[in-house]
Ligand binder design. Structure first.
Ligand SMILES: C[S@@+](CC[C@H](N)C(=O)[O-])C[C@H]1O[C@@H](n2cnc3c(N)ncnc32)[C@H](O)[C@@H]1O
Length: 171
């Protein structure tokens, strides 16, 4: 349960600090939604889009967001109870996908790309598993045409180190 105020973890803060200001912030596979909620509080983004495939997760999150103190609600929120690959509108600004495997990230990005909905200027990807699967997808012609790898680094997730990829749109 999110209280009126929220302690945002260092990992979420890092994601927010890497996002492009003045544009929408998409948190796909959001679960607790802390990245999106922290982004809202920062005041740096124009819209907050929270996406998770589990309807009950999204129902709870939406209820909880409206109980938060006003500083978290200064920008419009959009809630989607859907798999990321089925989002049926353009994903713009920064698109964060964290805390799922590279295979799921590939499914989501591929689905968005094929429908012409992957319009984010920056992708921030932090897979927990299947890094090789993700990297080989990032190197496919469809992705290479649209995105270039700006940075890959390792970050601490609990006691483990996980890769973090930042890709910028070429267009
Ligand atoms: C471990 S949580 C990650 C939460 C947060 N992003 C983080 O990094 O702490 C994974 C979430 O991804 C969601 N998920 C898994 N596959 C998904 C997909 N294809 N589309 C949308 N959400 C998905 C799950 O329902 C779950 O809530």
């Amino acid at each position: 349960m999110i209280s009126n105020r929220l302690k945002i973890s260092k990992r979420m803060d890092l994601f927010i600090s890497l996002a492009l200001p003045g544009m929408p912030f998409w948190d796909i596979c959001c679960d607790h939604g802390h990245a999106g909620i922290g982004a809202a509080k920062s005041g740096l983004f124009t819209e907050i889009h929270l996406v998770d495939q589990l309807p009950h997760v999204m129902r709870n999150l939406e209820e909880q967001v409206y109980k938060l103190s006003p500083e978290y609600r200064m920008v419009p929120y959009f809630f989607y109870a859907t798999a990321g690959q089925n989002i049926n509108r353009e994903v713009s600004g920064t698109c964060l996908i964290a805390g799922v495997g590279g295979f799921t990230m590939k499914l989501i990005l591929k689905g968005l790309l094929e429908e012409g909905n992957l319009k984010a200027k920056r992708l921030i990807l932090c897979p927990h598993t299947d890094e090789v699967e993700l990297v080989s997808f990032l190197e496919t012609p469809g992705m290479i045409q649209e995105y270039e790898l700006a940075e890959r680094r390792m970050i601490a997730v609990g006691k483990k180190m996980k890769p973090l990829f930042i890709l910028n749109s070429k267009v």
